[in-house]
Design a protein around this ligand. Structure first.
Ligand code: ASP
Length: 584
């Protein structure tokens, strides 16, 4: 009679346990029959242990084992013995259990895909049966990393005096640039809560309260178009501090990131994280989250490529080049493919000019008609190209060509294997512009959010040249991913009002939306600032992946659907009536 469900987990037994009588419970991963023997791989969260049944020892039990199926939940007892053919790939690979008792705890339907490290299940199917997918070791491993990162974050922040304070989910819209998810209020018909895009205003109010150092690992909600690195609900490590300057904020959070890499990946960064201004990042990489695992920096070719009779370059605001080392050997076909690649609507370039710097020192470009060998030598000098290299050139308006070249640079980085996911290159991007012009609404938007403070020395530009005002705002980028960002906030009511004005809020509108914050600022708001890291992205980056989905236990697909629980879904008429809502 078996009493306890288990004496050990399926990942626990080692050669030292040989001779022990043990009881295990778990799921059947695989059954193999070999002559009179039956082998079962028994799995749980901790590992896999091999079970053996022998017809010459117990024919009845052996027959019972053969009737079991994949993913049955069973409990067994038996003796730990040394395996004759050892499996060095798993920690339990030196032993197996000679089973003498077997009990089926629960049967299972045949799973819709194989639950092994390599599965035959496609993405949608695995999402639909996510609870089965989570039984797979590669996915479990990701959740383990997430758990560890969250735990170490708490340890670090707690030991640095940060206090975990929960903020509400049912709030009023926080303008961070995305659409809000809204929740109708039954008790207040016709009125809606918004789910927070972040706890931004609350953490600032907590500073007014004197909490001094706040943090929260918190869900945020943004109704945006989705991509591999975006989910409608995601998790932030959200932080705020009082009586600090930008330098101190960067310092604390650089230490946090170092702590996480040390404790979770045993990786130590040498020295301080490098820093770059936004303006320089855009100039050199065309991105506010540069991947600096490789060079291939942008070079401005205006002075050497314009005024040679090539109309496209002459008319362009900016001619930009990058050098792909040792790629002069690219064939015509490869170059045509690259050209097609940049012409795809996602990138949007009109064409691609290339110039091979041949090993013999000659230069061969796709615009030889307009440029002499001497001209092309000048290109090569400007682009720091050497014989054997390939120069790639794009032109257009500054913003467009930078964004296209950023795409091309990352693409070349991928092609040439320069983006090793096991190398981590952090970079602070600082001095973001305060505002950005929005073509559609024909007004300025806050680049970060409306509570970000302008640099003191730029405040005078708010009226005359708002686009030139720099903010005390910063992001941490790593491997081409924005891991997080924040700012020093405005803590003065007048300046905050001025900011709303520049953003095109009428005084009434500002009062209606943010009266509570501006009122609070009249009761002694301390200077404060903070930042938030995207936990999903941080963990995915640490795990070497660009997709955050696998690092979320129950993610949504690209259409924002949870295909497992089938949400969103219509609601009953009764519910609609209660909420006094009509569907159009
Ligand atoms: N609330 C900001 C965000 O979600 C972060 C911050 O400014 O602290 O991006």
């Amino acid at each position: 009679m078996i009493i306890m469900y288990r004496t050990h987990t399926c990942g626990e037994l080692r050669i030292d346990n040989v001779g022990n009588e043990v009881t295990l419970s778990g799921w059947i991963q695989r059954i193999r029959e070999m002559g009179g023997m039956t082998f079962i791989d028994l799995r749980d969260r901790y590992g896999i242990t091999q079970l053996t049944f022998n017809s010459s020892v117990n024919e009845e039990l052996n027959q019972e084992a053969r009737k079991l199926g994949r993913e049955y939940v069973i409990q067994i007892s038996g003796e730990v013995i040394e395996r004759s053919s050892k499996n060095n790939n798993i920690p339990t690979g030196e032993i197996e259990i000679k089973v003498n008792q077997l009990k089926v705890l629960n049967a299972s339907k045949t799973p819709p895909f194989t639950i092994e490290n390599e599965t035959d299940g496609g993405d949608e199917l695995r999402m639909k049966y996510r609870y089965l997918d989570l039984r797979r070791e590669p996915i479990l491993e990701k959740l383990r990393l997430r758990n560890k990162v969250a735990l170490e974050t708490r340890k670090f922040l707690d030991s640095n005096d940060f206090m975990d304070v929960e903020t509400p989910y049912l709030i009023k819209s926080t303008p961070e640039g995305a659409r809000d998810f809204v929740v109708p209020s039954r008790m207040n018909p016709g009125e809606f809560y918004a789910l927070p895009q972040s706890p931004q205003t609350f953490k600032q109010l907590l500073m007014v309260s004197g909490i001094d150092r706040y943090y929260q690992i918190v869900k945020c909600f943004r109704d945006e178009d989705l991509r591999a690195d975006r989910q409608p609900e995601f998790t932030q490590i959200d932080c705020e501090m009082s009586f600090i300057n930008q330098e101190e904020v960067l310092n604390v959070f650089e230490r946090l990131i170092k702590h996480l890499f040390k404790t979770c990946k045993n990786i130590e960064f040498e020295g301080d994280f490098p820093r770059i201004t936004y303006a320089e990042a855009m100039e050199r990489y065309g991105s506010d989250k540069p991947d600096i695992r490789f060079g291939m920096e942008f070079k401005n070719l205006n002075s050497v490529a314009k005024n040679k009779g090539f109309k496209i370059f002459d008319d362009a605001e900016l001619v930009l080049g990058i050098t792909a080392k040792e790629c002069a050997v690219y064939t015509r076909k490869q170059l045509d493919q690259l050209t097609d690649w940049v012409k795809r609507p996602q990138v949007g370039a009109k064409g691609l000019v290339y110039c091979r710097y041949n090993e013999d020192g000659t230069l061969k470009s796709s615009v030889d008609k307009f440029y002499s060998q001497e001209d092309l030598k000048e290109w090569a000098e400007t682009m720091e190209a050497s014989p054997g290299d390939l120069m790639l050139v794009l032109s257009g308006s500054t913003d467009e060509v930078r964004s296209q070249m950023n795409d091309l640079r990352l693409h070349m980085g991928d092609e040439l294997g320069l983006r090793n996911p096991n190398i981590f290159k952090p970079l602070w991007v600082i001095d973001f512009p305060l505002l950005e012009w929005d073509q559609e609404s024909e007004r300025y938007h806050a680049m970060h959010h409306p509570f970000t403070s302008p640099k003191d020395e730029d405040i005078h530009l708010l009226d005359t040249a708002p686009e030139k005002v720099r903010a005390n705002a910063y992001d941490l980028a790593m491997n081409g991913v924005e891991l997080g960002g924040g700012s020093i906030r405005i803590h003065d009511k007048q300046l905050q009002q001025k900011m709303f004005e520049v953003l095109g809020f009428t005084q009434e509108k500002a009062q209606e939306q943010f009266g509570f914050l501006m009122d609070a600022f009249e009761y002694g708001a301390p200077p404060h600032g903070g930042l938030a890291f995207g936990l999903d992205r941080l963990v995915a980056t640490m795990g070497g992946s660009e997709s955050i989905r696998d690092y979320i236990a129950f993610p949504k697909n690209n259409a924002g659907r949870d295909v497992m629980i089938d949400a969103p879904a219509p609601i009953d008429q009764e519910q609609l009536d209660e909420l006094q809502l009509n569907i159009k």
